[in-house]
Design a protein around this ligand. Structure first.
Ligand code: CP
Length: 296
């Protein structure tokens, strides 16, 4: 059985192969080949993009997609995640996509000798978001054709961002030059291993990719008091004035959902540099490539 839980256990060749496969799907590769397989998407944390683009990817691959609502499932009666997964496997589900607030939730599942369904990690707490990372890699590769020596900044709420953690590790490995910035209280010490801290004004004119992150108020334990959107944008965000300082070919990325007017000026979300909606489009193809690679 093959699973997709982190990009860290794939070598560079395997990562490039996934990117190429995703680009082939985007370019119209025939895909209706998993019609006898059943998928279920179990989201224990809220989601629009990841949930619906996994569903779209599964449908484009011809899979039978089943619905799962944690709020009306037997999780509410105390059934564990493990027993839930075993139940879904028993009724014939081949692929189980899971987002959960528990870091490494998948380790117990994939460690079981009784698991025969495939598991995809659609986000584990603040730890990793590997399918987002793959679609980000695809978007950068589509734009620049390479990662080596690209200057990439990751900006904002770093310590709560599973996207940032997944991305800096893999982009550093693929040869990109990583920079990070944001409020000191949301810094992530492990980032020192992958890149350099600079303030937003130093970074904005030199990077090829400005990757902004959402301020994740829901993970701040109610510390919203005193937070000023306007002040955050001014100190740490991508303002219209800063965007004017970016290099001609530089792009803006954001995993979304976007707090317009907080980490990015609202009018930049759909500006010529923004690849935010391209990332969402690419998410479907990246997820098709992931599912194809583990089920075939
Ligand atoms: N980027 C992302 O994971 O978005 P959702 O939370 O809407 O899935």
């Amino acid at each position: 059985v093959r699973h997709f839980t982190t990009l860290n256990n794939l070598n560079n060749k395997e990562i490039y192969r996934l990117i190429e496969k995703a680009l082939q799907y985007k370019n119209g590769k025939n895909c209706n080949k998993l019609s006898e397989r059943y998928a279920i998407n179990c989201f224990f944390e809220d989601s629009t993009r990841t949930h619906k683009s996994f569903e779209m990817a599964e449908r484009k691959l011809g899979m039978q997609v089943m619905d799962f609502q944690p709020a009306t499932s037997s999780i509410q009666k105390g059934e564990s995640l493990y027993d839930t997964v075993m139940t879904l496997q028993s009724i014939g589900v081949n692929l189980i996509v899971i987002r959960h607030n528990q870091e490494d939730f998948y380790k117990e599942l994939i460690g079981s000798p009784n698991l025969s369904s495939s598991i995809i990690n659609a986000g584990d707490g603040t730890n990793q978001h590997p399918s987002q990372s793959l679609l980000d890699l695809m978007t950068i590769y589509e734009e620049f054709g390479a990662f080596k020596n690209l200057k990439i900044a990751v900006a904002g709420d770093l310590s709560h961002s599973r996207v940032a953690k997944s991305n800096v590790q893999i982009l550093n490995r693929l040869g990109a030059e990583i920079y990070y910035t944001g409020p000191k209280e949301w810094m992530e010490s492990s980032f020192e291993n992958y890149g350099t801290y600079e303030n937003m004004d130093e970074l904005v004119g030199k990077v090829d990719v400005m990757m902004l992150l959402r301020v994740q108020h829901e993970r701040h334990n109610g510390e919203k008091n005193g937070f000023s959107k306007k002040e955050y944008l001014k100190q740490y965000g991508l303002t219209f004035e800063r965007e004017q300082m970016m290099k001609e070919k530089s792009i803006i990325m954001h995993p979304a959902p976007v707090n317009r007017g907080v980490e990015i000026a609202s009018e930049l979300v759909e500006s010529r540099r923004s690849r935010i909606f391209t990332q969402m489009e690419n998410g479907v193809y990246a997820r098709m490539a992931i599912i194809d690679s583990i089920l075939n």
